[in-house]
Design a protein around this ligand. Structure first.
Ligand code: MTE
Ligand code: QUE
Ligand code: MOS
Length: 766
């Protein structure tokens, strides 16, 4: 008998790869225009904080092409669209809380005319003093949500008894998502006051729910549909929905199809970014460099409203141990409020801001005890035996960091290169090299337990073709391809039989956002369950039909054998249909084992951990502050990879996006709270030329997930972003070389040329 080639572990190309490059892939704004379609644009505040007294929108109404203008008073249903806690009015009613906040919206016959009309709005505002700066918010205890604490042991006692101790502070910058496709929604009015929404969102259910609430209609009259995004990166979890709501309100008022697509500048000004943090630490350790205690104060800048910040600062707190055991530990997390745009999810969801702080601590310990940082890292790793309890009391199980480091240390030739870097630096007064290896341990699961559920809908048609829907959305990460592979594997058919279609709330309801890297884990499992139900029905039917045992029905190679009888998959499907067997099924999955009590800050918030490590070698120019990554070696653990090509793409992309966050992407606001870096001219994301000259990415082999995840794979979306922290640590190592390794350099993130020059001056002036 022929053996079916496995569909799992195969580097199938992304299902849209060709369409992405030919331009055939349809994004929201590529939809053919409807007859009479209209275009919306939002008018933003010109001050950061104030009382909105009145607005004069006469000139706006009279501008060319304008059809309609709305303010908060025109919203038929609910005005507040805060995703978890209230605080996000769709349009400002009374208090303005950031510069750029939407005050009114215009509908016109073209995008261009709508954008022009918006500039004519005049608002009378009674100015109020804004809080624009994180330090000021910390000082004033100005929060969007109350502080939260995690602890284990007695940190004060342990710190007091530590043989060595230091305190320090790290500023961690924010990050603009800079998805290539900006926020975009189209609202198509339908019968009975209903509306169909086509939108670029990671969270169609949220779009559906908010449109229903804003219009004051039930959710069953709203369908939200997402075929794909041109990148999301967390920026379309909650911040994709306001534009759907605006479009829906206008569609309701005019009966016309309405498009709301943000210009790049509006997108950068009006949607949230990664949280910048100001983190303090008080660290106790032994003469050998073994950590005994750490007290952390992590302060995230949330902007004006809570949005997802409670969960984001929690995730920073969950990750400020990174891969290291801290015997006595206390972590305080602050959710600081400022009169700036509300910060939101961004790849890693607060985790990176925690991890980098721990890695900064490790580097400082290593300097203090004059050892190589890699030795200190290895000395402080968790193990799965005794040093295995996190600050939130979860036992470490699925933890492969020690094995990864051992292999990477060898493969990357770490120690020989460490020596080569030192020698280079001795004879190079201007250019200085640095080297660092940093690990990542990233908890997989939404820490908000109810989000860890997924649904799917599978149909088998009588010609043997398969239609697949699930709650996850495609943002370039290859989710649809992987889930199609999973369904094909269950039926043992060629994946080309499986058609991937848009995510729709009328097909699969009540979905979680595609986030927390859990897309394949949960939707893949739900789709598998749906396929399994259909397959079992086919097995039962065929066993009866051919009078054989159920175990004699075998799906293999696009065929189904029933004892001696051989059917093509399409024959099997057709005969099941003739036998009146349902060939359509839903599937459901909820992540097992997880529980977390936020009151006591303890439990098992994560089903398992994703692990990896990277070695980065950099060179800095001490006269200009420029940097270059010369070489990056990555070893990442994705368990049994479902699609190695896609997974490697995620690791590469994550590392480069992290490199941008830590070296070139810098957000700046002026004294009035105006975003200055509001275009690609002033905000520098990495280019092809910023990729390391030598870039070696490997997946760990023979490392099935110890937990029963989908085909024993591990989530891959977010964790690799944190591998770029190795480059940031390597930059500090290079700066240290500029001061002959006599001073521990002060370095914050991002390590822009300006920041590096300052750091170099710091070590040279001592
Ligand atoms: N990869 C691409 N190409 N585009 C994206 O927008 N988003 C990242 C990651 N990788 C993203 C991406 C983020 S923030 C998450 S949470 C995951 O993909 C979501 O997808 P997954 O759960 O299917 O991995
Ligand atoms: C990681 C995440 C998310 C998270 C928690 C994580 C995330 C997200 C939410 C969230 C929380 C509460 C809600 C909601 C979403 O939590 O992306 O709608 O009510 O959206 O640990 O990535
Ligand atoms: Mo990703 S930040 O969880 O969308």
């Amino acid at each position: 008998m022929l053996h079916s080639p496995s569909r799992i572990g195969t580097s199938m190309p992304h299902d849209s790869a060709r369409k992405h490059v030919t331009g055939e892939a349809v994004y929201v704004d590529d939809q053919p225009e409807y007859a009479g379609q209209l275009y919306a644009c939002v008018g933003g505040s010109r001050v950061a904080h104030g009382k909105l007294k009145s607005m004069n929108l006469e000139k706006v109404r009279q501008a060319q092409g304008v059809i309609d203008v709305i303010t908060a008073a025109d919203i038929p249903g609910q005005l507040d669209i805060g995703p978890v806690f209230p605080g996000d009015p769709l349009l400002v009613e009374s208090e303005i809380e950031y510069l750029g906040q939407p005050l009114f919206a215009v509908l016109a016959t073209s995008h261009e005319l709508a954008r022009r009309a918006v500039t004519l709005g005049v608002a009378e505002v009674e100015p109020l003093e804004p809080v624009l700066d994180l330090e000021q918010a910390i000082k004033q205890e100005f929060y969007v949500r109350p502080p939260h604490r995690m602890q284990r042991g007695d940190v004060d006692k342990a710190l007091a008894g530590a043989s060595r101790r230091f305190t320090g502070m790290l500023q961690v910058g924010g990050q603009e998502h800079f998805y290539l496709e900006g926020q975009a929604s189209i609202a198509i009015p339908g019968e009975d006051g209903g509306v169909n929404i086509l939108t670029s969102t990671q969270n169609p259910t949220e779009a559906q729910k908010l449109v229903a609430e804003v219009l004051g209609i039930p959710m069953n009259l709203v369908n939200a549909e997402t075929r794909r995004m041109g990148g999301g990166f967390g920026g379309k979890e909650t911040h994709g929905s306001p534009w759907s709501c605006i479009a829906a309100v206008f569609a309701r008022r005019t009966g016309k199809v309405v498009s709301c697509r943000l210009s790049r500048r509006d997108d950068m000004v009006m949607t949230g970014k990664r949280h910048n943090f100001l983190n303090r630490y008080d660290v106790g350790f032994s003469e050998q460099g073994e950590i005994t205690a750490i007290s952390y104060l992590l302060a995230g800048q949330c902007g004006y409203s809570p949005d997802l910040s409670d969960a984001i600062v929690d995730r920073a707190m969950f990750h400020c141990d990174n891969a290291y055991y801290i015997p006595d530990v206390l972590i305080d997390g602050l959710r600081c409020k400022t009169h700036t745009v509300s910060n939101t999810a961004f790849r890693g969801f607060g985790g990176p801001q925690g991890v980098i702080t721990m890695e900064a601590v490790i580097d400082q310990i290593a300097f203090n005890v004059t050892k190589d940082p890699l030795e200190i890292r290895k000395l402080n790793l968790y193990d799965t035996d005794k040093r295995n309890v996190t600050p939130y009391h979860q036992q470490i199980e699925s933890y492969t960091v020690p094995a990864i480091i051992e292999q990477l240390e060898n493969d990357s030739d770490y120690w020989r290169r460490r020596e080569a870097v030192r020698q280079f630096n001795q004879s190079s007064p201007v250019l200085k090299k640095g080297l660092a290896l940093t690990p990542v341990k990233f908890g997989i699961s939404f820490t908000v337990s109810h989000l860890n559920q997924a649904g799917a809908l599978v149909h088998v048609y009588t010609d043997g073709s398969i239609h697949l829907n699930h709650g996850g959305t495609e943002m370039g990460q290859g989710l649809m391809t992987k889930v199609a592979q999973i369904v094909a594997e269950e039926f043992q058919v060629n994946p080309s039989r499986v058609v991937v279609s848009a995510t729709r709330t009328d097909k699969v309801p009540n979905t979680a956002p595609t986030a927390a890297s859990s897309g394949t884990d949960i939707n893949g499992m739900a789709a598998l369950n749906a396929a399994r139900t259909i397959k079992q029905r086919m097995v039962e039917f065929l066993a009866q039909q051919y009078k054989v045992e159920q175990k004699e029905i075998v799906f293999q190679n696009d065929q189904v054998s029933a004892g001696e009888n051989m059917l093509t998959f399409e024959q099997a499907a057709k005969s099941a249909w003739l036998g009146r067997v349902s060939l359509s099924s839903t599937g459901f999955y909820k992540t097992p084992k997880i529980h977390y009590d936020r009151e006591t800050a303890s439990g098992r918030p994560f089903f398992y951990y994703a692990n990896g490590a990277a070695v980065s070698e950099v060179v800095i120019d001490t006269l200009t502050g420029e940097t270059r990554v010369l070489r990056a070696d990555i070893l990442h653990d994705v368990g049994n990879s479902i699609n190695p090509a896609i997974d490697i793409g995620q690791v590469e992309g994550g590392y480069i996006q992290g490199l941008g966050w830590l070296t070139s992407e810098e957000l700046k606001w002026d004294k009035e709270g105006r975003l200055l870096t509001d275009s690609p001219a002033t905000y520098k994301i990495p280019a092809v030329s910023d990729a390391p000259e030598i870039f070696s990415v490997r997946l760990m082999e023979n490392a099935p997930n110890s937990e029963p995840t989908i085909f024993r794979s591990k989530a891959v979306g977010e964790p690799p972003l944190m591998l770029a922290i190795s480059a940031w640590c390597a930059i500090r190592d290079a700066v240290a070389a500029a001061g002959d390794y006599n001073t521990f350099p002060e370095l914050h993130a991002p390590a822009t040329p300006e920041q590096i020059l300052q750091s170099v001056n710091g070590v040279r002036s001592r």
